[in-house]
Design a protein around this ligand. Structure first.
Ligand code: 6PG
Length: 473
């Protein structure tokens, strides 16, 4: 017979769900967990002995164990399963209960679920959680979206369990509706971009610089103490020092060069295309994951398609210096593109996002945390409606300082045939963005020529069409 009623419920006791339950319980809250898989239930029971934690594989029992109105977090794989869980839960819920989807759900699904559950007076929040297993256990970055009033029911708990930077929680209400899941999606897009850029630096150091994994470990460790200080640079250093448990090799050399994906990166690109926001580094990162999966084709092409044949013979330490600047340039450009998408989405979807708050809750706990976010926060603190951080006084100065070395690295990439698509597209974005004139007048002329799509003129208002070949003769 269960006597105490638990404050929070967790559905899905996989690694993330279990770790979050333990994190919530560390902060003195009582939690009931549910999973159909009895082995997960047993694991939580074992890990939570002596805590105010209850675990069961019986849904009825789980529902009865919760204080009302209930607060139930879902940590199940995004997609159909979320709807299946909601459908099973619905008959057992009461008015004013709150469901929080903490997975990486697509924001449009979150909108649909909010609408559907509203009809039964059940609240639904989309909550982005970043930081992987250890974040969930010891302090993630939390991106909650939904009704502000409803958020107040969980704000103290979410802020308690989140990572802290300068004693400030990396969790705050972001906006209405699906804004939390939208922001998490863009976070992941930025994550894709930065991972691609770091891999390009690895490619240059390994192939042009002929560095071994030990040297790579030292380069990335050093970078992590400087202007590139970030979680992704830190774990990259660790990766190069990891030995394989099955052979005597470095583990990195035993891993197939074909990257997988769960979709959040391409969702970011898809929505940016829809909103017509240029997002080239993230688009390129998604394309490069796709291209990496064509392993067999690449193997065949290597036999057939020749490159420039030039070998880099200069000082590899010079490469390290240039790459540090190039990574700074291109990573900052990636944040700039991601933030500009949030700026546009905030208006389009009426999220009314506070971009400074978002940059601030990304400073700790999440995958894209980095020291660059300090300056990004300041940029939005100075100009809350800044549409592109490239225009911030301090950040633009920094970019201008590092652009020359970025161009030098691209030149080395072109000469040696080492692909640097992310770094190249970041500088192309910068050069395009700073061009008051772009050759798009020609595109307009072509569209009007073959499709009578009309064009606008720079000397008078209105839309114009020319019967191109007739008027030329
Ligand atoms: C995080 C991560 C997390 C997950 C990604 C990986 O913020 O903690 O982003 O959400 O590891 O979904 O994405 P891919 O599987 O698409 O690389």
């Amino acid at each position: 017979m269960i006597e105490i009623k638990y404050e929070y419920g967790m559905i899905g006791l996989g690694t993330m769900g279990r770790n979050l339950v333990l994190n919530i319980s560390d902060h003195g809250y009582s939690v009931a967990g549910f999973d159909k898989d009895t082995s997960q239930v047993e694991l939580l029971k074992k890990d939570s002995a002596d805590r105010k934690v209850f675990a069961t594989s019986a849904l009825n029992e789980f529902i009865k164990a919760l204080k009302t109105p209930r607060v139930i977090m879902l940590l199940v794989p995004a997609g159909k399963i979320v709807d299946e869980v909601i459908n099973e839960l619905k008959p057992l819920l009461s008015e004013n209960d709150l469901l929080m989807d903490c997975g990486n759900s697509h924001f449009t699904d979150t909108n649909t679920r909010i609408e559907q559950l509203e009809k039964s007076s059940i609240h639904f929040m989309g909550v982005g959680i970043s930081g992987g297993e250890s974040g969930a256990r010891f302090g993630p970055s939390i991106m909650p979206g939904g009704t502000k009033e409803v958020y107040k029911r969980v704000s103290v708990m979410l802020e308690d369990i989140s990572a802290k930077v300068d004693k400030k929680p990396c969790a705050t209400w972001l906006g209405p509706g699906s804004s939390g899941h939208y922001v998490k999606m863009v976070h992941n897009g930025i994550e894709y971009g930065i991972m691609q850029l770091i891999s390009e630096a690895y490619h240059v150091l390994k192939v042009a610089g002929k560095m071994n994994n030990d040297e790579l470990y030292h380069v990335f460790s050093k970078w992590n103490k400087g202007m590139l200080q970030s979680f992704l640079i830190e774990i990259t250093a660790d990766i190069f020092s990891q030995k394989d448990g099955m052979t005597n090799n470095s583990l990195i050399d035993m891993i197939i060069d074909s990257a997988k994906q769960n979709g959040t990166g391409s969702w970011t690109s898809e929505d940016a295309m829809k909103l017509q926001v240029p997002l080239s580094v993230i688009d390129m990162a998604v394309s490069m994951r796709n291209l990496s999966a064509y392993k067999k084709d690449r193997q065949a092409a290597q036999q057939k398609l020749e490159g420039p044949g030039y070998k880099f013979e200069d000082d590899k330490n010079e490469l390290v210096i240039l790459l540090e600047q190039a990574l700074y340039f291109s990573i900052l450009t990636t944040y700039a593109q991601g933030m500009s998408l949030l700026h546009a989405a905030s208006k389009e979807y009426k999220y009314n996002l506070n971009l400074e708050n978002i940059a601030s809750i990304w400073k700790g706990g999440c995958i894209v945390r980095s020291s660059m976010l300090d300056n990004i926060c300041s940029a939005f603190s100075n100009q809350p409606d800044l549409s592109n951080i490239l225009m911030d006084e301090k950040l633009s100065m920094k970019l201008m300082q590092v652009q020359i070395d970025t161009r030098k690295i691209i030149q080395i990439g072109l000469e040696t045939g080492i692909p640097l698509p992310g770094i190249m597209t970041s500088i192309a974005y910068y050069d395009s963005y700073r061009s008051a004139w772009l050759p798009a007048n020609l595109v307009q002329a072509q569209r009007d020529y073959f499709g009578a799509h009309t064009y606008e003129r720079n000397d008078r208002d209105g839309k114009f069409h020319t019967s191109w070949n007739k008027e030329r003769k």
